[in-house]
Ligand binder design. Structure first.
Ligand code: NAI
Ligand code: ISE
Length: 348
């Protein structure tokens, strides 16, 4: 059966996902779209020559019987209401991060899904599908570097929109590391402290940039993540795990090396769309395949969305207090499996 997608939000990543479902992946079809900017929805249908109904809002789209799965790519604050409405209607959901902007909002989604009795929701934490992170995880799980002791990570964007604020370094950017790093080392977070180095003159007045997050896990691993969203030189994601017996490091994205103008070099990417293009393809193909094969998505789930949101809330608090703040997580309910994805990626 072809999975009919209804898309809520036809902006940057909404169009990316529409394109991949329509032109690259198999087993899915865009049957409906909506956007608060109806002109954007209309342009998208024309751009990708979709045979899809344009709805005035998410509720009408969800009610369409041809919509099996709702692809939520609207702005973060709108996600919760759409996801809850989709669960209520018994529809599958692929929701871009954040699942909801607060831990309470994510918990409402978790409760609704558990009441429904079957897993419906996958969150767009695509790094768990990135071949570099998967290789790191396999090495760590096999004991290749012994016990992990430290992680040094960096998330750098060349520049950001003027509306980007200091807390967005957590809820919009660090959120990817929050999800992927505890998954990588099979541990839970215990505390976080934020340090603000000297500010770059390339950041607008209202934004503190760069920022360094020092996160400790329950097992004693110390993680430092630099978030630097006006680094200028490119889009650069780094991750190095230091273990008792050795070190593993995220591979650099492939690209030709060149010798030119007395320089030996390699181009650095500038955009998240290109850096994680394969991971986005694999995550959505896995969403389609898992539903078709088992009736449930297998990727990062609503509980993972909740853990990320709760941790993000504490990180924002730590930005404000400058103190080491405790991260207190509840036990993962049996309804939600641990460590979603790696297995699926390894098989694919
Ligand atoms: P965008 O601003 O380009 O697009 C969002 C679209 O949603 C706009 O067209 C807007 O009119 C529409 N919209 C907003 N509220 C709506 C509502 N209630 N109903 C229907 N349409 C609504 O934003 P972008 O960059 O596409 O981001 C969308 C989401 O995807 C965000 O949550 C963002 O955090 C996430 N994202 C995830 C990435 C990843 O690496 N996984 C990368 C980029 C974005
Ligand atoms: C954006 O929303 C993303 O999710 C990108 O992956 C991230 O690198 C960027 O900082 C965010 O703004």
């Amino acid at each position: 059966m072809t999975l009919g997608f209804g898309v809520v939000g036809t902006g940057a990543i909404g169009r990316e996902h529409i394109n991949r479902i329509t032109n690259k992946l198999s087993g899915g079809k865009i049957v409906a779209v909506t956007d608060v900017n109806q002109e954007s929805a209309k342009q998208t249908v024309e751009q990708y020559q979709l045979d899809a109904i344009i709805y005035p809002d998410d509720k009408a789209l969800i009610a369409d019987e041809n919509v099996d799965a709702v692809l939520v790519t609207s702005w973060g604050p709108a996600h919760e209401a759409t996801v809850l409405a989709a669960i209520e209607a018994g529809k599958y959901v692929f929701c871009e991060k954040p699942l909801a902007t607060t831990a309470e909002g994510c918990m409402r989604i978790v409760e609704a899904e558990m009441r429904h009795g079957k897993k419906l929701v996958q969150v767009g934490f695509m790094r768990r599908y990135d071949s570099g992170y998967v290789q790191l995880k396999q090495a760590i799980d096999k004991g290749f570097i012994g016990e992990p002791l430290m992680i040094h990570a960096a998330h750098r964007n060349p520049t950001v929109d003027p509306r980007y604020t200091t807390d967005m370094a957590v809820v919009d950017t660090l959120i990817h590391e929050i999800d992927v790093l505890h998954w990588l080392v099979n541990d839970d977070y215990k505390s976080v402290q934020v340090v603000f180095p000297k500010k770059t003159r390339n950041a607008l007045e209202h934004l503190r940039d760069p920022q360094v997050f020092i996160i400790e896990t329950k097992g004693g691993i110390v993680i430092n993540v630099e978030v630097f969203v006006n680094c200028r030189y490119g889009y650069d994601i780094q991750c190095e795990v230091v273990g008792e017996e050795g070190i593993v490091k995220l591979p650099e994205p492939a690209g030709i090396s060149f010798r030119k103008d007395v320089t030996l070099g390699t181009k650095i990417l500038t955009d998240w769309k290109d850096r994680f293009i394969d991971a986005y393809d694999v995550e959505i193909q896995d969403f389609i395949n898992s539903i078709q094969k088992t009736g449930e998505p297998k990727g990062p789930d609503a509980w993972d969305g909740y853990i990320a949101a709760l941790t993000a809330d504490v990180c924002v608090k730590a930005q404000q207090t400058g103190e080491k703040e405790d991260i207190t997580l509840e036990e993962r309910p049996a309804f939600y499996r641990k460590n979603a994805v790696c297995e699926a990626v390894v098989k694919n």
